[in-house]
Design a protein around this ligand. Structure first.
Ligand SMILES: Cc1cc2nc3c(=O)[nH]c(=O)nc-3n(C[C@H](O)[C@H](O)[C@H](O)COP(=O)(O)O)c2cc1C
Length: 297
């Protein structure tokens, strides 16, 4: 299918301006490879390797299979400083093309990334943090809107994306509640240069989510998503039925957050089946062009 692009997606060498966003525990190197082959950017948290050695093995595996871009997420304030150092060094050594930072001051990471000609995205839920990250030199800001999977913001994507765009000079990446090509098109119309989707990829065959998790995403509507700070201390969206109170048989008496309590966003609304990443990208692109052709003029 024809590619479509923005200045940022062209700079990164993507066929489509879309990102499979990093997801703690469940994103993996197979997803990053499948995304690279499908022409979008795949991303994974460095911590999905339980040790630096495990993370390095994932980078080596990927580097042996593709020259196309991929992204690694480092959660600055939530990562042990020694581990963070090790992960940054590995991103340098394996020349990771895109570094995604969150939860903290990215200044030092930006300096190290730029010395390797890598691109840095930083994720925020409001303009104040976006401005700080812009001053730190990041190349693009991810605006995480209400309804996002993981640690979501509170501002509607309809307001957040144009607001960030109007007040920043770096490109804006839209995140939160985007699961279809129609929503991809809307995000670009609002001024985004890339579209960042997590929940949409939980049902990918390549994703490390369990069968039960995938099935719960398929069955859920947006009413089944709970926004709470009770699980991780920071407000995030979770599937209601995976919360301890809702487990019928106490299967997760000592539930581990993210592993047993499953995160997903309002974007579950439009997700109906399991698919490979190639099929998901095909659908997103087809829906994008169908919507574009049907817009009132
Ligand atoms: C299960 C899950 C785990 C996530 N883990 C992380 C993470 O480790 N680091 C991060 O920056 N964002 C994380 N996120 C947020 C995503 O990267 C992305 O911002 C979000 O999924 C976008 O909203 P959407 O789910 O509505 O597409 C996670 C999201 C989900 C659903």
């Amino acid at each position: 299918m024809h590619s479509f692009s923005t200045p940022l997606s062209r700079r990164l060498g993507l066929k489509y301006p879309m990102v499979a966003a990093p997801m703690f525990i469940i994103s993996n190197e197979r997803m990053l490879l499948a995304c690279a082959e499908a022409g979008i950017l795949g991303a994974m948290p460095s911590l999905n390797g339980r040790t630096p050695e495990e993370f390095e093995a994932k980078l080596r595996w990927l580097r042996e299979r593709t020259d196309r871009p991929f992204a690694i997420n480092m959660t600055i304030g939530l990562t042990d400083p020694e581990r963070l150092q090790a992960d940054v060094e590995l991103c340098e050594r394996y020349e990771v093309p895109v570094w995604i930072t969150s939860y903290g001051d990215p200044t030092e990471i930006v300096r190290r990334a730029h010395a390797r000609k890598a691109t840095v995205f930083h994720d925020v839920i409001n303009l104040r943090h976006a401005k700080k990250a812009e001053r730190a030199g990041v190349d693009a800001i991810i605006g995480v809107a209400a309804g996002a999977g993981g640690h979501a913001g509170r501002i509607s994507p309809f307001a957040l994306i144009p607001y960030l765009k109007d007040n920043l000079s770096v490109p804006v990446i839209a995140a939160g509640s985007i699961s279809t090509g129609k929503q991809v098109l809307a995000s670009l119309a609002l001024g985004a240069e890339l579209v960042y989707m997590g929940t949409r990829f939980i049902v990918a065959e390549e994703c490390g989510s369990t069968d039960d998790y995938k099935e719960m995403v398929i069955q859920a509507g947006p009413e089944d998503i709970v926004y709470t700070d009770q699980v991780s201390g920071v407000h995030a969206n979770f599937l209601k039925k995976s919360l301890p109170d809702s487990r019928p048989d106490g299967t997760a008496a000592q539930p581990k957050r993210w592993k047993d309590i499953w995160s997903a966003g309002h974007g579950v609304a439009e997700i109906r089946k399991r698919q490979t990443i190639e099929q998901i990208v095909d659908d997103l692109v087809r829906e994008y062009y169908d919507t574009l052709a049907a817009l009132p003029r």
